[in-house]
Write a protein that binds this ligand. Structure first.
Ligand SMILES: *Cc1c(COP(=O)(O)O)cnc(C)c1O
Length: 489
């Protein structure tokens, strides 16, 4: 089935099985009056559909589904940022009829169980981030960022402080940070990183003035590093009257060990579809809750869930809310998975997640840094960023190393991100992989480096074992072909 050469061949696999008159279904004899056919202009004689049996259709689509890499069949060094292993129990709980079948307009008195779950989850996420309040209404990381910076804006304006138009953002921040700040109407000012990969404090001090609304910082940074000067960074921003936004999308590194609120952050978001067990590779549903300290809580996105003195759960609107950011109460199924994940692991389990995630990344770092250049040679967090510069000197790019990994049975890692690392290969193994898997992955990357010397063409033309080789990913995203199409002659 693994015939090479592209889509056309796989669609032709079914056509090749076609036998005139063979059918997958048997339709009953007509027992109602026959309706006239539409006008001839709408009819075609030639409809080149394959004539196949039902099992042939099932076999065809099952074979197609198995051509893909998936988290349930292969190791994904893309990690929590794109796809970590999510325990199946979390899906099962989200599928319970009481959760899956609930209607968002069901009366509050008939939705107490669901509201209690949301209320408790708000509390858990406030606890995990060291904050005072949480809104679950935002549906993605970038969505949470936008809500968070709008809250910062509302806070300054409510105090009559209208001069704060600048948002400082380190060059190691996630790309969505400057986009969110710009959407909220701020002027983005980039803060460089120092030679260790931390925020350049002198550059930040030079910006800290009464026109600075705040700082948006990704922690750990996209270099996979914990900014060791983070306490001073927050202090500098606060001293000039600004607020600090934390991009906590990669909480996999910090769970149970460091709380953003305790480090000095005023507001942050989490990506439940990264850390907290919703599969999202391929752009599935997400949730980017916003957690904040008491001073920003009145501005949280609506709705939030509150509890009355009598113990009932009600849907509430924070007093100075930036308003609604989505329909109804957020992405409920994602929130159920996160709640289940937190409850099944407990506090000790959550702490072990970050411990193992960071240990695994550092294990890979130490096992490979003699071969792959390491621009920032220090303890990493949940991910390690190598550079393929040394392979590039031998004519093999980071992209080609990543593609060659597919031949060894591993998904490719993130490439060419972060932008501040040349030929970047960003590897995030996550907490759930065994040492055996990590060792096999290390062996593969070492073997590819060897091939870059002995047989560079082999690496340059990889992958060789997949049904399709080099895809035009931009066209695939912009003009996707989503249905079977007969071959054009
Ligand atoms: C993924 C990610 C985001 C964006 O999250 P989306 O849900 O894709 O909008 C923001 N910041 C960081 C650090 C991320 O890893």
């Amino acid at each position: 089935m693994l015939n090479k050469g592209g889509n056309r061949d796989t669609t032709q696999m079914l056509m090749a099985r076609s036998v005139p008159g063979r059918m997958g279904v048997v339709t009953p004899d007509l027992d109602v009056p026959a309706a006239p056919l539409p006008a001839a202009a709408y009819l075609r004689d030639d409809l080149p559909l394959p004539e196949v049996s039902e099992p042939e259709v099932v076999q065809y689509f099952t074979a197609l589904s198995q051509l893909n890499f998936s988290i349930d069949t292969h190791f994904y060094p893309l990690g929590s940022c794109t796809m970590k292993y999510n325990p199946k129990i979390n899906d099962e709980v989200a599928f319970l009829p009481g959760f899956a079948g609930i209607h968002p307009q069901q009366p509050v008195e008939l939705s107490q169980g669901a509201l209690e779950l949301l209320y408790r989850l708000q509390g858990f996420l406030s606890e995990i981030t060291g904050m005072d309040a949480t809104s679950l209404a935002t549906l993605a990381g970038a969505h949470g960022e936008l809500a968070g910076v709008l809250m910062m804006r509302a806070y300054h304006l409510s105090r009559g402080d209208t001069r704060r138009t600048k948002m400082a953002i380190p060059d190691s921040a996630h790309g969505t940070n400057p986009a969110s700040a710009a959407m909220a109407g701020f002027d983005v000012v980039t803060v460089p990183s120092d030679s260790d990969g931390n925020t350049d404090l002198d550059a930040l001090r030079a910006l800290a003035d009464d026109d600075l609304a705040g700082l948006m910082i990704t922690l750990p940074s996209t270099l996979g590093l914990f900014d060791t000067k983070i306490l001073e960074v927050c202090q500098v921003v606060h001293d000039c009257g600004g607020l600090v936004y934390g991009d906590g999308a990669n909480m996999n590194a910090l769970l149970g060990r460091a709380k953003l609120g305790h480090l000095g952050f005023d507001v942050c978001h989490l990506n439940l579809h990264k850390t907290f067990s919703t599969p999202h590779g391929g752009g599935g549903p997400g949730a980017g809750p916003v957690c904040c300290g008491a001073s920003l809580a009145p501005y949280l996105a609506a709705p939030i869930v509150a509890q009355t003195a009598a113990g009932d759960y009600v849907i509430a609107q924070p007093p100075d809310s930036i308003g609604k950011t989505s329909g109804f109460h957020g992405n409920f199924g994602v929130l159920v998975r996160a709640y289940t994940y937190i409850r099944t692991l407990g506090a000790a389990g959550l702490t072990s997640i970050s411990g193992n995630a960071v240990l695994n990344a550092n294990y890979l770092m130490h096992a490979l840094k003699d071969i792959y250049a390491l621009p920032y040679d220090r303890t990493c967090m949940h991910e390690v960023v190598f550079s393929a510069d040394r392979q590039h000197e031998r004519g093999v790019s980071g992209l080609q190393v990543a593609k060659r990994l597919l031949d060894y049975g591993f998904h490719a890692p993130t490439m060419y991100f972060p932008l501040i690392v040349h030929e970047a290969l960003m590897i995030e193994p996550t907490e759930s992989e065994t040492k055996d898997t990590l060792d096999a992955f290390i062996d593969a990357l070492r073997a590819i480096d060897h091939e870059a010397t002995t047989d560079p063409t082999l690496v340059q033309q990889a992958p060789h074992t997949t049904p399709v080789s080099r895809l035009d990913e931009a066209t695939a995203a912009r003009r996707p072909i989503l249905r079977w199409q007969p071959a054009a002659d």
